[in-house]
Design a protein around this ligand. Structure first.
Ligand SMILES: Nc1nc2c(c(=O)[nH]1)N[C@H]1C(S)=C(S)[C@@H](COP(=O)(O)O)O[C@H]1N2
Ligand SMILES: [Mo]
Length: 179
């Protein structure tokens, strides 16, 4: 009898504690990105909210294994939906009037937690990789949650997709490297 009461109590307190344990850690919640700023060498700097991104031509993809740079598996994404980074840059219009200007820029994708990765014009516009460099707002058929949203980026053709999987994406900066 005593044992039954004790077990019942333990189960009840576990249940009570469970929602807190399952929620995303505070750090992840605080990192949530609500808009994407496109800045630097562009003719029209942009601030794109989730609603703005949803109005751009959608790009989607199927299964991707997200693998860390050491080869460990981080997660498997079954499907995702967003916008090609190329299409976002085309909307802002690269400010690169000189014949060689586009070749001298770095495109830096950054996140609310200070994480950042680099792309080049060559990758985005002149290689098959560009097709799969996508700013996404839906994963596995749902809006992104605290763990990587509201906006994120993936480079689907990367050999190990973890490093350039940018969670909580909030900035795209076009930076000229040399004059
Ligand atoms: N914003 C943000 N995105 C990020 C990171 C990060 O620190 N911050 N780490 C990256 C790395 S190095 C990997 S391998 C993947 C998987 O990270 P995980 O180890 O947190 O699953 O997320 C990537 N995206
Ligand atoms: Mo990583």
């Amino acid at each position: 009898m005593l044992k039954t009461i004790f077990t019942g109590f333990a189960a009840a307190s576990l249940l009570a504690a469970a929602p807190a344990a399952w929620a995303a850690p505070a750090a992840a919640r605080d990192n949530m990105s609500h808009a994407l700023a496109v800045t630097g060498m562009v003719e029209t700097p942009l601030t794109l909210t989730l609603a703005d991104l949803r109005k751009l031509p959608p790009a989607s993809g199927g299964e991707i294994a997200v693998t860390r740079h050491n080869g460990d598996k981080a997660e498997t994404i079954t499907s995702y939906k967003g916008v090609r980074l190329r299409d976002i840059l085309d909307k802002a219009v690269l400010d690169a009037p000189g014949h060689n200007d586009v070749k001298k820029i770095a495109i830096i994708a950054s996140a609310t937690d200070g994480y950042a990765v680099v792309f080049s014009w060559g990758e985005l516009y002149n290689s098959p990789a560009g097709e799969g460099i996508i700013v996404y707002y839906e994963k596995n058929g749902k809006a992104l949650d605290d763990n990587d949203g509201e906006i994120a980026l993936i480079s689907a053709q990367d050999i190990r997709t973890g490093p350039r999987h940018v969670k909580w994406l909030n900035g795209i900066e076009v930076r000229k490297l040399v004059e």
